[in-house]
Design a protein around this ligand. Sequence first.
Ligand SMILES: Nc1ncnc2c1ncn2[C@@H]1O[C@H](COP(=O)(O)OP(=O)(O)O)[C@@H](O)[C@H]1O
Ligand SMILES: [Mg+2]
Length: 263
Amino acid sequence: MTSTSVLSVNDVSVSRAGKNILGPINFEIMPGERWVILGPNGAGKSTLLQVLGTKLFPTKGTVTVLGKEMGKVDLFELRTRIGTCGALTNEEIPYYEKVHDVVLTAAYAISGRWNEVYDLWDESRAMALLTTFGVRELGGRIYGTLSEGERKRVQIARALMTDPELLLLDEPAGGLDVGGREDLLRRFTEFSRDPLAPATILVTHHIEEIPVGTTHALLLKDGLIAVSGPAESVITSEHISAVFDTSISVTFDSGRFFARATG
Ligand SMILES: Nc1ncnc2c1ncn2[C@@H]1O[C@H](COP(=O)(O)OP(=O)(O)O)[C@@H](O)[C@H]1O
Ligand SMILES: [Mg+2]
């Protein structure tokens, strides 16, 4: 690994219930890169993302995130530098918490508002992030009453509250209708244009959910990396067909990728 990488994965494997479900895999992410991890259901994408978010220890190998090797550092401190959004995040958020507080409490890497004193700065950052992701008007609502799409937006705002150096998103557009997906992708791309935006890794199994501005792609199949590298050289008809076991034609238009079955 080079000293400047955002993360470095070395010979990592994960076994569950005696079965190898991931790896061994190796890869490295550099500052400013925006990655997508693509692969069919069950490929191991979420497992990999949980490892990268330091929520799951690999069975073998080493993971170095933001210069810290998992297992050798205080994970509580490291996790404040990583923003995560996905099924696990959703479970961590109390049903009855106010949306505004869901975002605000992330500043202290805790869930559930209690007695903390929040700075005006934190308050305005929470509002700005809700605005960025188009859900400012939901600030006063109870989180549990939001639609799936609204929850995803709130989760992303929450993930960004600590100004993380690494952002991990597991299927952020999953379950959204086409209008919701397009709006979220546009907002995400807009946000990512900021030179200070964190390195991001987005997991999806839909080629259409890859945001404009994605620089690199990693294709995962049966727990192993099939191909990885610059997005346009990885997300091709040949590679996607092989990984999804279907003859697929991939096209690239205005920064977006589109897929359709052929034959
Ligand atoms: N806790 C677990 N125990 C046993 N098997 C698991 C567990 N979590 C995931 N798996 C299995 O590991 C594989 C990869 O799962 P996952 O990472 O969720 O895939 P993806 O996100 O790509 O759909 C799947 O075959 C899944 O059934
Ligand atoms: Mg998954």
